[in-house]
Ligand binder design. Sequence first.
Ligand SMILES: Nc1ncnc2c1ncn2[C@@H]1O[C@H](COP(=O)(O)OP(=O)(O)OP(=O)(O)O)[C@@H](O)[C@H]1O
Length: 461
Amino acid sequence: MEKYSHLRVIGEGSFGRAVLVQCKSTQEKYVLKEIQLPKNQSKQQSSRKEAVLLSTMKHPSIVAFREVFEADGLLCIVMEYCSGGDLLHKIQLQKSSQFTVDNILKWFAQMCAGAKYIHDKRVLHRDLKSKNVFLADDGSVKLGDFGSACILNSSKAYAYTYVGTPYYVAPEIWDNKPYNNKSDVWSLGCVLYELCTLRHPFQASSWKSLILKVCRGAYPPLPNHLPYELHYLIKHMFKTNPKDRPSVHTILTSHRVSRLLRTHLPSQVLKTEEAKRTGRWNREEGRKVANFLGEKSLIKTSTIEGGDLPKSSCESTEPALRKQWATEPRSTVLQMLANASLVSSDSMAAALQSSSTHESDSEASKQRKQWVRDPPEKLLGLLEKAQLNKAFSTFLIHRGDDNPLVGPLSQQRGDDTDGFKPEVLVDESRLQPRSDDEDTDFEEDSPCDWVDEIEKIFSEH
Ligand SMILES: Nc1ncnc2c1ncn2[C@@H]1O[C@H](COP(=O)(O)OP(=O)(O)OP(=O)(O)O)[C@@H](O)[C@H]1O
């Protein structure tokens, strides 16, 4: 904390305070976000792990993390300061003068590039909205605040359940299904629509009307002067079934709009993408790999020649025996297979399609696990108590609060905290690039059943 001088508080969100700070040695300005840590030490660990993981992510279209540390019981995340402010503010300043198509495409392409980068690393943004998109000095946009929800969720800090920002939340979330990469695509669609019209796609005067419009995917059409590709893209991004929505990877590479978008991507991003696609490396990457392979083959040679290299804990002096399949399948496997029901991919698809009709009477469907939809009415009833003007804020549900739908973290402080442990291990596999032809299609690891959470809270009162 001593490294930075405190300039001013720039805002207060659901996760805590955002402070503009200046590095004493370089005079560079940064934003410092303060997030409260839970009291329980073991619960702090996953928060730190996620924060460290996020701090390793670097891309021209995401707000860069500079460092993460702990001070006074707060997890402090220091990040790039975007002097142009947020996109919501920019949209509001436009009044009624529309953005040019070029501008819309440029910003949207940059947002997609940022989203693709984090999705490729199996990180979901989970709170994409124009307020979380920032304008850099050079006029480009960057995604901010990604993963904050992850940090909070993984720590279960203060037993909050993350919801998102209602106006940008995808229909599957209202339907009590897990958040996935396509839910981020829906929210990006909302931001794109705002850029195109300066209005939000799902305007409503009550929660009920808002949620129903979102669940039906009912939005006013885009103005005619906009290119056909944008109409087509918005239509796809607002498909109510996440499986029908394109991933950001598809939007950037093989969608009808891709050609238009790619002309607006920073050359740096295009070069990396192209190298990945063609499997070619640039000179520097090639040199690194050549060095690495050189070292590898040396190790291999000396091993073969019986050279006395230090042994790692998992190495043996005997030539390693290759793992083989046992000739007979294990009895436990056979047992499992005997108990499993035979579900073909077709019948699975049919089961998913008929999710709204709860159960079918057939014997086979009884054995199958099915989505049991919560009737939206239950949710709507619960939300009747909440105010619509809150629908543009990030929602956290705080168990045990009188007003469970509003729970700014900044009003609570942990008191039993220790110093930051930099030796936190990150999940290295999440930092590895994935294969080129693998489209992003994943869900969060431990989805929270937040409709149930809301219900529990209300039933306790
Ligand atoms: N990297 C950044 N550069 C410039 N301004 C930022 C940056 N990050 C946040 N801000 C500004 O700080 C203020 C607080 O942001 P914060 O993300 O904490 O909450 P919020 O987005 O306003 O609310 P919520 O997260 O509840 O929706 C906002 O006005 C935002 O525009």
